[in-house]
Design a protein around this ligand. Sequence first.
Ligand code: FES
Length: 116
Amino acid sequence: MGAVNVQVTFLPENKTVTVRKGTTLLAASRLAKVAIRTRCGGYAGCLMCKVVAEDSSGLSPAEEKERNKLGSSMAEGYRLACQAKAVGSAIVRVPEDPLKAAIRAQLARQQEEDLW
Ligand code: FES
């Protein structure tokens, strides 16, 4: 029997890649050329790789290490991309970089002021 492939879609860019079942979301994101920042190298240490599972049915259940790190944010659908594996087709949302979000909010405010 050959390897089973699954599809992972990354929002908001809406990029889909086909990967082998069991591939971590982080590895899949690299293939999809979706930027997920990391500092710990994928060892559940930095929490920078958090993504939101839009459809978690295709993801491996969180192991203790991941559960401990995420705590209550797991209830909001957060997963660590370096720990969660695609075991079926999955859709995840990559949160906006906080710095970019701050700049965007600032620009929007300025535009509003310019209207006056
Ligand atoms: S890459 Fe650091 S926690 Fe996932």
